[in-house]
Each structure stands twice: as C-alpha cells, then as structure tokens.
Design a protein around this ligand. Structure first.
Ligand code: HEC
Length: 111
C-alpha cells in the first residue's frame, strides 16, 4: 500500500511540476472574475435550450439581454410554483435563490 502511494507520488510529481508554470500566469487574471465564472457554470445548464448568450432560436425563449430583476422574478415564480411551464418549474428547483439571482445577472449582460 505504502509502495503504491509512493509510486503514485513519483508518477504525479513531474506532471504537477510541468503544469505549475503554465497555470501560474493564467491564475492571476482568472481569479478576479471567479464569481462570474461560477455563475457561468450554473448558467451552462440553461444554455442547451436558451442558447449560450440566452438567445434562443426556436426551441425556448430568449432570455439574454433582458433585465436581471425581471428574469430573477420569473425564475422565482417558477420555483415557487406561481408560474407554470413544461420544463422550467422542474429545472429551476435545483438552484438556490442566490444562484438564480446570479444566473439572471449573467444572462442580463448579453445585449
Ligand atoms: C430543457 C430546456 C430548458 C432548460 C435546460 C432551461 N429552460 Fe428556461 N425555458 C424552457 C422552456 C421550454 C420555457 C417555456 C416555459 C416552459 O415550458 O417551461 C422556458 C422559459 C424560461 C423563462 C421564461 C421566459 C419568458 O419570457 O417567459 C426564463 C426566464 C428561463 N426559461 C430561464 C432559464 C434559466 C435561467 C435556465 C437555467 C437555470 C433555464 N431556463 C433552463 C426551456 C429550458
């Protein structure tokens, strides 16, 4: 067992060493918009139907470029069962209110 772990460490060490210099310069600029990056990850679940910038083409409705408050209100209404649809009231249950707010802000950025 101990031998296996040592082997794994030996095998991983060069890979980590090789990755470190490449990752270091990229880390600084990427760190600033980390919150937006997180919102993008959450929003990626919406993009399959609503388009990468929320500009749907026929399948679902366009949500990109609309007011964040308006989108957030709609999403909360789906979550609370005040607004019915075929998909949205189910899909939206997986997100916290704060996540929905940030997803709404993400899509509102696209003009
Ligand atoms: C599987 C496809 C699908 C996914 C994934 C999806 N949607 Fe939707 N969305 C729809 C459909 C279809 C509607 C129309 C209402 C309905 O039938 O549920 C809709 C409606 C909406 C509306 C209302 C638009 C309006 O003008 O009435 C908003 C806002 C919205 N979606 C946002 C989102 C967000 C944000 C996500 C990700 C968290 C998301 N959707 C994920 C298919 C999807």
């Amino acid at each position: 067992m101990r031998h296996d772990m040592t082997m794994a460490a030996l095998l991983l060490a060069p890979a980590l060493a090789a990755a470190a210099p490449a990752a270091a310069p990229a880390a600084a600029p990427a760190a600033a918009p980390a919150a937006e990056f997180q919102a993008q990850i959450w929003a990626s679940g919406c993009m399959a139907c609503h388009g990468t910038e929320g500009k749907a083409e026929g399948v679902a409705l366009t949500i990109g470029g609309r007011q964040a408050d308006e989108l957030y209100g709609i999403l909360l209404a789906y979550k609370l069962g005040q607004r019915q649809g075929t998909i949205m009231q189910q899909h939206i249950k997986g997100y916290s209110d704060d996540e929905l707010k940030r997803i709404a802000e993400h899509f509102a950025r696209f003009k």
